[in-house]
Structures are given as C-alpha cells and as structure tokens.
Ligand binder design. Structure first.
Ligand code: DX5
Ligand code: ZN
Length: 218
C-alpha cells in the first residue's frame, strides 16, 4: 500500500464552548487538517453535545473540512440539517436507519460518507457496505464522552479493515476516535489508521501546533 498522509482532526467536544470561534481559529492556525464535530442526541449515547446551529457557528470560523460524527438514533432524518455544513458525515452502523440509503444520501450530496462501529460491534458488520463508504470510523472508546482511555483491543478492527483496503478494490479512510494521543496514535497508524480524531490531547495541549505535528508524524 502506498503510504498515506495522516489526517489530524481535532474534536470540538474538548474545546471551550464559551469561546467556540476562537477555539476553532486556534486549531485551524495550529495546522489541523479537518475539524471533527461530535453530535450526540442523548438517545444513541448517554450524552447531549450540540446540534447543527453549533456546527454552523463553528463553520464561520474556518475553511477546513468539517467532519461530522452523528451519534444519534435517527441519522437519516437529521442529514439535511448537516449536509450543507459538512465535508464528511459519519453515521453509526448500530443506529436506526437503512445504512445503504444514508450512505448514498451523503455521497449524493457530494460529501464523503462515513460508517462508524462502536466498541462492542464486530467490524465484519460493516463489510457488506464496502464500496458504499469513504471513511470507516473505528471507535476506540465508548461513544459519548471525551477524555476516556484508548481501548487497545480495537486495533484488531483497524488491522482487519486495513487488510480489506489492501486487498482492494475499495479505498477508504480508516479513522480512529477516542483516547488518541501521540502514543496511541502511533499504535493506530501502525495498524492502518490514517485519520486521527483527537479532542483532549489537542485542546488541552500546551502547544496545539506541536501536538498536531506530533500526531501527524506518529
Ligand atoms: C466520543 C467522541 C470523540 C471524543 C474524543 O464519543 O466521538 O470524538 O470527543 O475525545 P478524546 O480525544 O478526548 O478521547
Ligand atoms: Zn467523534
């Protein structure tokens, strides 16, 4: 496999919400590639984060691609509210929807379509959808909260997905989300991940630019 450039996507879940615009600008200037937006509805996960109005507000402070991660029960219903704001939209295979229909709607709108698997879900479950998604998101913590420790056992899923990608013919990003720091990023990249979501490690770093650089080179 040709080596891929690692993409670093800071997660706004860890930013200071009272200074959203400044926080978005700070990580943009610090060299982030994409900005990750974690949308939670209090049903699919045990937390409520923010919705389209927040994502729209964030979008006014950056030109970077917005990578929207919908941790919501009915993603298809809410797609139209996020499609105009995002560059990529990822929905969960465990949510209540016709997965193929959701992925197709995201692609039809000209965005990258992502499919996510939560820790208890076997990665084989997304195999039937190969060719229908552009991003496979392997959750490396239980979705819902930032600041949790990385689940090392999820690396097997990353490696399995990387083997599918290697075998072809379908190409896709392998994204990891949760507990990513310089050490866990290196493990994830070694297993085949090329898209790193990092909340706490970037927003709480002394020097966000240096942290992003180290993650990219991990
Ligand atoms: C968890 C979210 C993650 C989270 C990552 O449900 O999907 O994006 O914000 O935060 P850290 O990097 O702090 O684990
Ligand atoms: Zn996320």
């Amino acid at each position: 496999m040709a080596s891929r450039k690692t993409i670093v996507a800071p997660s706004l879940l860890a930013c200071d919400f009272s200074r959203l615009g400044a926080e978005v600008e700070r990580v943009t200037q610090a060299g982030a590639d994409w900005i990750h937006c974690d949308v939670m509805d209090g049903h699919f996960v045990d937390n409520i984060s923010f919705g389209p109005a927040f994502v729209e507000a964030a979008s006014r402070h950056t030109r970077l691609p917005l990578d929207v991660h919908l941790m919501i029960e009915n993603p298809y219903h809410y797609l139209p509210r996020f499609l105009p704001l995002a560059s990529s939209i990822t929905t969960h295979v465990e949510a209540k929807h016709d997965v193929s229909k959701t992925l197709a709607a995201v692609r039809d709108a000209g965005l990258l379509a992502g499919l996510a698997v939560s820790p208890p879900t076997h990665v084989e479950l997304v195999k039937p959808f190969l060719g229908q998604f552009d991003i496979l998101l392997v959750m490396t913590v239980t979705p819902g909260f930032g600041g949790q420790p990385f689940l090392t056992s999820m690396l097997d899923k990353v490696a399995e997905a990387a083997a599918w990608r290697e075998a072809g013919p379908f190409d896709f990003h392998i994204e990891v989300d949760g507990g990513i720091n310089v050490k866990t990023a290196a493990e994830a990249v070694r297993s085949g991940a090329n898209l790193l979501v990092a909340g706490t490690s970037v927003f709480r770093a002394q020097d966000a630019a240096e942290e992003i650089r180290m993650l990219r080179n991990a």
